[in-house]
Design a binder for this molecule. Structure first.
Ligand SMILES: Cc1cc2nc3c(=O)[nH]c(=O)nc-3n(C[C@H](O)[C@H](O)[C@H](O)COP(=O)(O)OP(=O)(O)OC[C@H]3O[C@@H](n4cnc5c(N)ncnc54)[C@H](O)[C@@H]3O)c2cc1C
Length: 166
C-alpha cells in the first residue's frame, strides 16, 4: 500500500478497488506479519520507557508512523498503558478503517470490470455463439484478472485462441 498526496494506492489498493463499491469502508491491517499485541506487551516489559511511536517507526515508514501515531494521540511511555489500552492500539493497527471518497475512475484504471458476457462466447474460440464470425477477446470480455500479469495473460491467450480459429 502506498500513501500518495491523492490517497491510497499501490498494488493492494488497485486489487481491492475491483471489489470496492462506493460507500464501502475498508479495513486495513497495517502490520499483517506481526503479532502487534504480543510485540507491544513484550516491549512494555523490556523497555517500559519506549513509546508506541517508537514501535511504529520500527515497522512502518517513519513519516507514516508519526502521522498515524498523532492521529490516535498515543503519547507517553508504554508503562503508562494498561493491557486493555494495548489491545485497543493493536486493534487500531490491525483494523484501521477508512472510508474512501471514491476512486480515480478511468483516468488511472489498469483494468475494468464488466464487458461481453462469457456465456455468450465459445470458450474454445472466443466466437460469439450467435454470430460465429464475430470474436471478442481481452479487456472487452467480462473477465477481470488479479494483479500480476493475469490481464495480459488473458488478453494474449484469448487472442491466440481467436486467431487460430478465425
Ligand atoms: C496503466 C496500465 C497498466 C497495466 N498494467 C498491467 C500489468 O502490469 N499486468 C497486466 O496483466 N495487465 C495490466 N494492465 C491491463 C492490460 O493492459 C489490459 O488488460 C490489456 O492490455 C487488454 O488488452 P486488449 O488487447 O484486450 O485491449 P487493449 O490493449 O486496450 O487494446 C485495444 C486496442 O484497440 C484499439 N482500438 C480501440 N478502438 C478502436 C477502433 N475503433 N478501431 C481500431 N482500433 C481500436 C486501441 O487503440 C488499442 O490498441 C494495465 C493497464 C493499464 C491501463
Amino acid at each position: 500500500m502506498l500513501v500518495t498526496h491523492r490517497g491510497l494506492s499501490g498494488p493492494s489498493m488497485l486489487q481491492i478497488s475491483s471489489f470496492w463499491q462506493p460507500g464501502d469502508p475498508l479495513t486495513i491491517n497495517l502490520l499483517p506479519e506481526r503479532n502487534t499485541l504480543e510485540d507491544l506487551l513484550s516491549l512494555r516489559k523490556q523497555k517500559p520507557q519506549s513509546t508506541v511511536a517508537q514501535y511504529l517507526i520500527q515497522h512502518l515508514p517513519k513519516r507514516f508512523a508519526q502521522a498515524f501515531n498523532e492521529l490516535f494521540g498515543w503519547n507517553g511511555p508504554l508503562q503508562s498503558y494498561k493491557n486493555s489500552d494495548l489491545e485497543q492500539i493493536s486493534d487500531a493497527l490491525r483494523q484501521w478503517t477508512v472510508k474512501p471518497a471514491g476512486t480515480e475512475g478511468y483516468r488511472t484504471a489498469e483494468v475494468t470490470l464488466g464487458g461481453v458476457d462469457t456465456r455468450q462466447l465459445s470458450s474454445k474460440t472466443m466466437a460469439a455463439l450467435e454470430h460465429p464470425n464475430l470474436y471478442f477477446i481481452g479487456e472487452v470480455v467480462d473477465v477481470t484478472g488479479h494483479l500480476g500479469g493475469h490481464n495480459f495473460n488473458w488478453a494474449w491467450a484469448s487472442g491466440v485462441a481467436a486467431g487460430q480459429s478465425a
